[in-house]
Each structure stands twice: as structure tokens, then as C-alpha cells.
Write a protein that binds this ligand. Structure first.
Ligand code: ATP
Length: 234
């Protein structure tokens, strides 16, 4: 579904991505783990062409999107859920969801998609008239995911869905990610919480200072001694 080859991204003099190559097959959950500053967010931003690579290519569904406009990429089904639950705090849950459907116009379709999202997140239905900014961190994260789903993505790129959440809520969010994937949405996830990410991932990549240093099946990485030492607190 996504194929990145030898991607290099610079921020001025900082060489943030140093030849990243990775693949996200259709229907799978793939995670990218690594410490602060490893380049995980930059990788997601580069896929959405929010950062311009110096060289390298990004293919989505066999099409080279390296120089494509972000808006076209979203319209073709590749959607980013950004870090930090960037919901519109002064708008209600429902208004936030409607904004997520901006690429589509038919009110009936929007209504149907909204019911689908409420089915996945009953908590959002209970709170549909509540201002997003007054909700808990976990609820705002659910809303950020729900809003991305309103555009009916084929692939979701998720930036640190567990950030700042209590362990029980993290479990809820990851259960929902599994459910969304079971419905056919391909997922590329970046996480500092390596354990929860690898547990639900078909495949994982480990990033260190702009490079991929290790890759393998999610369950194999969980057993890997280096991963255990560096990322699983063993
Ligand atoms: P985190 O988990 O902390 O978000 P990350 O793995 O997502 O880390 P990135 O945010 O991709 O890492 O950052 C990779 C490197 O690029 C870091 O050294 C960071 O300081 C640098 N960087 C990121 N964004 C910018 C920017 N807009 N301008 C300059 N440097 C940047």
C-alpha cells in the first residue's frame, strides 16, 4: 500500500531522515518505534508530503506521490491523525466529526459515516454536544481518530496515539485501532510505547537517529534482546 525508498529529509542543517526504506502492505498494522527525535513524526509528515525530501521516493497504491499535493493524497484515502490530539476545542464533538468529512459533500453519507464512528466510539455519541476542549485526553484522542475516519481512509497514519494517556485508556485506544484494522483500514503507527504498538502490529521497524536499525514481525521484535533492553524496559 505504501512503499518508501531511500528517503532523506533535512531541516536546514539537520539530517532528520537518513535513507529510510519501508513498506506497509494492504490490510496490515505496521509500527515504527524509536526514542524521541529518532525521526518518526518526520517520516509520517514526509509521507503526507508535509516535508519535502531531498531525495527518495514514496509510492502509495503503486503511484509515486513524492511530489503530490497533500490534499490530493488525503482525497485518495491516506489520512494522518496528528500527535497531540489536535481537535478544535471550541467546537462540539459532532462539529469536529463533520469537519473531518470535508472531502465529501452528501449530507446523507456524512450522517451514515458519523453513525459508523459513533458505533466504534460510543463515548463520542454520549458527548456529541460537548465542546471538544472540555473532554479528557483519552476522549480527545478518540475524537481525533474518529474525525480522521470521517474521510473513510484506506490507510491511517497515526502519530503517538498513546501519548499522555493512562494505561487503561491506552488499552481502549489500541483495541479500537485493532477493530478499525479488522474493518479493512491499513495502519501505520508511530509510538514511543513500543510494547503496546508491537503487540498489535504485524510488522515493526525500529528507528534510531534518522535510520531504520531493525525490522521484523511485531511478535519477533517483542522477543528481541536489543529491543527489550532499549525499548521495553527489560
Ligand atoms: P518524537 O517522538 O519526540 O516526536 P520523532 O521520532 O517523531 O520524535 P521527529 O519529530 O521526526 O522525531 O524529529 C526528528 C529530528 O528532526 C529531531 O532532531 C528534531 O529536532 C528535528 N526536527 C523535527 N522537526 C523539525 C523542524 N520543524 N525544524 C527543525 N528540526 C526539526
Amino acid at each position: 500500500m505504501i512503499k518508501i525508498n531511500d528517503l532523506n529529509v533535512y531541516y536546514g542543517g539537520i539530517h532528520a531522515l537518513r535513507g529510510i526504506s519501508l513498506e506497509v502492505p494492504k490490510g496490515k498494522i505496521v509500527s515504527l518505534i524509536g526514542a524521541n527525535g529518532a525521526g518518526k513524526s518526520t517520516t509520517l509528515r514526509a509521507i503526507m508530503t508535509l516535508e519535502k525530501p531531498k531525495n527518495g521516493t514514496i509510492f502509495y497504491k503503486d503511484r509515486d506521490i513524492t511530489l503530490e499535493k497533500t490534499q490530493n493524497i488525503v482525497q485518495s484515502g491516506l489520512v494522518l491523525v496528528p500527535e497531540g490530539r489536535r481537535v478544535f476545542s471550541n467546537l462540539t464533538v459532532e462539529e469536529n466529526l463533520i469537519l473531518g468529512a470535508y472531502t465529501r459533500k452528501n449530507a446523507q453519507v456524512i450522517q451514515k459515516d458519523m453513525e459508523w464512528v459513533y458505533g466504534l466510539f460510543p463515548r463520542l455519541l454520549e458527548r456529541k454536544k460537548q465542546k471538544a476542549g472540555t473532554m479528557s485526553g483519552g476522549e480527545q484522542q478518540m475524537l481525533a481518530v474518529g474525525r480522521a475516519l470521517m474521510s473513510k481512509p484506506e490507510v491511517l497514519l497515526m502519530d503517538e496515539p498513546s501519548l499522555g494517556l493512562a494505561p487503561l485508556i491506552v488499552k481502549d485506544i489500541f483495541d479500537i485501532i485493532k477493530k478499525i484494522n479488522a474493518l479493512g483500514v491499513t495502519i501505520l503507527l508511530i509510538e514511543q510505547n513500543a510494547k503496546v504498538a508491537l503487540e498489535i502490529s504485524d510488522y515493526g521497524y525500529v528507528m534510531e537517529v534518522g535510520r531504520i536499525v531493525l525490522e521484523g514481525k511485531g511478535r519477533d521484535l517483542l522477543e528481541d534482546e536489543n529491543v527489550k533492553k532499549a525499548y521495553l524496559g527489560a
